[in-house]
Ligand binder design. Structure first.
Ligand code: FES
Length: 108
């Protein structure tokens, strides 16, 4: 896996293959991620739930909201902000993404 001078790792994921409401899993530099699309934007976020480390890849994703399979916490994948429960303050870790020649690169 190649890394550029800005710290982005090349994945083998084609941007065209990433679709809205679907989670593409990837491991980049030992970091487990989920890659998805929301409108025209590719978004990468941690596969590990910030509550108690469940695999968010086994949860659900709909219209920019990911729900954890263990306790049902919900996060906005655009901002990482927690949506439910409303009295919690943790957030979802997100990673910068760029597309080069149709391939997704992620900075972890
Ligand atoms: S581990 Fe994800 S909500 Fe508890």
């Amino acid at each position: 896996m190649a890394r550029d001078e800005d710290g982005y790792w090349e994945t083998e994921i084609s941007a065209e293959a990433v679709t809205e409401n679907n989670m593409t899993t990837a491991t980049v530099d030992k970091t487990k991620l989920i890659v998805t699309r929301l409108d025209d934007t590719i978004i990468a976020f941690s596969r590990t739930c910030p509550h108690a480390a469940a695999d968010l890849g086994k949860g659900t994703l709909h219209r920019g909201r990911v729900s954890c399979p263990n306790h049902g916490w919900k996060f906005d994948i655009r901002s990482g902000r927690i949506l439910w429960p409303e009295d919690e303050y943790c957030s979802l870790k997100r990673y910068p993404v760029k597309i080069t020649n149709g391939i997704i690169w992620i900075n972890v």
